[in-house]
Design a protein around this ligand. Structure first.
Ligand SMILES: [Zn+2]
Length: 100
């Protein structure tokens, strides 16, 4: 008796959802990004003064470069004032253009 071979139907294997859905990229771990606030806004300093060059020094690298707002968290308004104040203080030799 020719037995009809059961044609293997394409069995739909239970496909596990391989692609990760939802969940946007949320960084977490050892170095959780802390919320940075503008120091001038926090201390309610409206105008950054070149005479406070000791304060301005904290916004420069040890080589004398101005730190970016991404590093310090300074807002755009104060970052502009800060850079002008630093450049003025440099011109008056209160801050170095470059320090070795
Ligand atoms: Zn600010």
């Amino acid at each position: 008796m020719p037995s009809a071979t059961p044609t293997a139907a394409p069995a739909p294997a239970a496909v596990a959802p391989s692609h990760s859905a939802g969940a946007g990229p949320k960084r977490r771990g050892a170095f959780a990004p802390r919320r940075k606030v503008c120091r001038f806004c926090a201390e309610q300093i409206r105008d950054v003064d070149w005479k406070q060059f000791q304060l301005l020094r904290t916004f420069t690298t040890e080589r004398g470069k101005i730190l970016s707002s991404r590093v310090t968290g300074t807002c755009a308004t104060h970052q502009r004032q800060l850079s002008r104040a630093i450049m003025r203080a440099r011109h008056l030799a209160l801050l170095p253009f470059v320090s070795n």
